[in-house]
Ligand binder design. Structure first.
Ligand code: HEC
Length: 201
């Protein structure tokens, strides 16, 4: 065999306890791979450590939190109230606003109808057509209820957690206001212990 024939040329001139070593070189492809990892490691170091172009884990985390806040309209400490109370909400009465509000209410993005009923009569969530409200019925309180949600009761911020614009919020509360006194079938009874009488205006 070729390897055995060459053995005497490859033998290195040292020996320990009868063990000898052959001068076998690493294959070229293996060496190049090794050099490549060194070069890659160096680029990595420069990219992440020195230029600041690459984001560290901490920076990535902060970036994602910021994106979530933006997307879901949340504040870092979970207090959404600032979003809703900073605005002077009012109720629109024109058909276009109410139509848009209805589309949001009935849409798959925010899922209001799944818990409050297609006519606002109430299911899992309370009836939105009567004049009894648990969390207040001023436009700001309504916007607050919607923006913050009641996660422990199943309602995410904006119904499903999908943020809506301030303009859409106005249309949505306007739609709810338009449902007042509509007396839909199968209306959910008032939660007497918690709700108080209040008229949206
Ligand atoms: C997963 C179910 C669910 C969805 C979806 C949902 N809600 Fe609710 N909602 C509730 C529950 C339950 C409550 C009552 C919270 C409580 O008992 O304190 C509530 C409360 C409210 C209130 C306050 C009612 C009051 O009496 O003060 C408003 C307003 C409201 N929801 C509007 C909406 C709108 C608008 C949407 C869609 C953007 C929506 N909800 C989506 C379950 C839901």
């Amino acid at each position: 065999m070729k390897i055995l024939d060459e053995e005497k040329d490859l033998l290195l001139d040292h020996e320990y306890d009868g063990i000898m070593e052959l001068d076998n070189h690493m294959p070229k492809w293996w060496l190049w791979l090794f050099y490549f990892t060194i070069a890659w490691g160096f680029l990595y170091l420069v990219y992440y450590q020195f230029t600041g172009v690459g984001l560290t884990q901490e920076e990535q985390y902060e970036q994602q939190v910021a994106m979530a806040i933006e997307q879901y309209g949340l504040s870092p400490d979970g207090d959404n109230a600032a979003t809703a109370t900073a605005i002077d909400w009012n109720i629109e009465t024109d058909d276009a606003s109410i139509e848009n509000g209805k589309n949001i209410y009935m849409g798959m993005g925010n899922l209001c109808f799944t818990c409050h009923g297609a006519a606002g009569e109430g299911l899992v969530g309370p009836n939105l057509t009567d004049s009894f409200w648990i969390h207040g019925c001023s436009p700001t309180e309504l916007a607050n209820s919607i923006a913050i949600g009641f996660p422990d009761k199943g309602m995410m911020p904006y119904g499903s957690g999908a943020r809506i614009s301030d303009e859409d919020m106005t249309d949505l509360i306007s739609y709810i206001a338009s449902l007042q006194g509509s007396e839909p079938a199968n209306a959910k009874p008032v939660d007497q212990a918690r709700a108080t009488n209040c008229t949206i205006q």
